[in-house]
Design a protein around this ligand. Structure first.
Ligand code: AMP
Ligand code: MN
Ligand code: MN
Ligand code: MN
Length: 283
């Protein structure tokens, strides 16, 4: 069961990816993905298209999303898998989570304006596929376009992270709500790329403990955002907390992502893969 090319984390134009769900499905299939999930940020508008495209390519499919959560003053991402894509509570919760993005984007643009980058709001909007989902990634693409930085990583480093001119703190969903929306809709909540958060050991312990207490059941172990050493570290964390393990590239764009769909190591054999818990939710 661990030896399965499952890619359960990626983004389309419905959030901050650059490809349409159908193009992603074709790319995943060409790369040998057997079980796929599209996990757009705070949005499930692409789910029916993704499931249909997966079917057309002979891939199995799990519904997916990646919910932005504020925990201990940091943004944490919770991936939801295998939920009912028409669930009303889930749709409402995600709509609320998306709600503040427009205002935040205007504040980001104002911050960038103060360091001489003009019309960033309009510039970022040209990269947006979904008007409800303007994200820092769209600003990053605009700043690369105007030559302010050589790539999007440099934009984040110089402009869009804490302490930088285009950084605007934001309150996302609560951990409890995100986990509940997913679980109540029949799915499984998974902590995304845990190595990416700037937590102390105590804060990370609190995240995993509270996540479990709310009903969270999985953690990403093998992801495009982790190093090989971090696969080992979070395999151990999965065992310690009795969580199932997930695998996903976090692919956004052929021009930006260093890990392509399906192109990452298999899960360590001793872990329970999340898809084992979701056998009856696979389409
Ligand atoms: P937002 O939800 O608007 O705060 O944007 C978050 C998104 O920005 C993430 O999902 C990533 O796609 C992207 N991102 C965050 N940090 C970086 C980084 N250091 N380099 C490139 N992209 C990043
Ligand atoms: Mn993203
Ligand atoms: Mn993420
Ligand atoms: Mn992601």
């Amino acid at each position: 069961m661990s030896i399965l090319n499952a890619d359960l984390h990626c983004h389309s134009v419905v959030s901050d990816g650059t490809l349409e769900p159908e193009v992603l499905a074709a790319r995943a299939a060409a790369n040998g993905v057997e079980l796929w999930a599209l996990t757009d940020h705070d949005e499930i508008g692409g789910q029916h298209r993704a499931a249909a495209a997966a079917r057309a390519h002979g891939m199995r499919y799990l519904t997916g999303t990646e919910i932005s959560v504020t925990f201990a003053g940091e943004t944490v991402h919770i991936v939801g898998l295998g939920f009912d894509a028409d669930d009303a509570q889930m749709k409402r919760g995600l709509e609320e989570t998306r709600g503040g993005r427009g205002e935040r984007a205007k504040e980001i643009a104002a911050g960038l304006g103060q360091v001489g980058i003009k019309d960033a709001y309009e510039g970022a909007l040209r990269y947006v596929g979904n008007p409800e989902l303007i994200s820092r990634t769209h600003f990053a693409r605009f700043l690369v376009e105007i030559g302010a930085c050589k790539d999007t990583s440099e934009v984040f480093r110089r402009y869009l992270t804490e302490g930088k001119p285009g950084y605007v703190p934001h309150r996302w969903a609560s951990l409890k709500h995100a986990v509940n929306w997913i679980a109540d809709a029949g799915g499984i909540a998974v902590i995304a790329h845990p190595a990416r958060y700037k937590f102390t050991a105590n804060e990370e312990y609190a995240l995993f403990t509270e996540f479990k207490a709310h009903g969270g059941r999985g953690v990403e172990v093998v992801t495009g955002s982790h190093t090989a050493a971090e696969y080992v570290k979070y395999a151990e964390t999965a065992r310690e907390f009795g969580l199932a393990a997930s695998r996903g590239s976090d692919f956004h764009s052929p021009d930006e992502s260093h890990t392509d769909l399906g192109k990452l190591p298999y899960l360590p054999g001793e872990l329970t893969p999340v898809w084992e818990l979701l056998a009856d939710r696979i389409q």
